[in-house]
Design a binder for this molecule. Structure first.
Ligand SMILES: [Zn+2]
Ligand SMILES: [Zn+2]
Length: 66
């Protein structure tokens, strides 16, 4: 039985895929992270490059709140 790892999974802001449930890119290959933040549990996968802007904004907001 596999035990869940300690780190939180990140979820893609565009399609909602996660570390354990990668979506398929246009080539049929599993996606990867363009950007990812495990503290925020969000990321942007290679299928959703247009979400990088949203990701950057969320990260800037989180940093401003610190
Ligand atoms: Zn995605
Ligand atoms: Zn994906």
């Amino acid at each position: 039985m596999a035990r869940a790892s300690k780190f939180r999974e990140a979820t893609c802001l565009g399609c909602g895929c996660t570390d354990s449930r990668a979506c398929k890119g246009p080539d049929g290959d599993p996606c990867g992270w363009i950007k990812v933040s495990y503290p925020l549990a969000v990321g942007v996968c290679t299928s959703c490059p247009e979400k990088v802007e949203v990701f950057d904004r969320q990260l800037a907001l989180a940093e401003a709140r610190r």
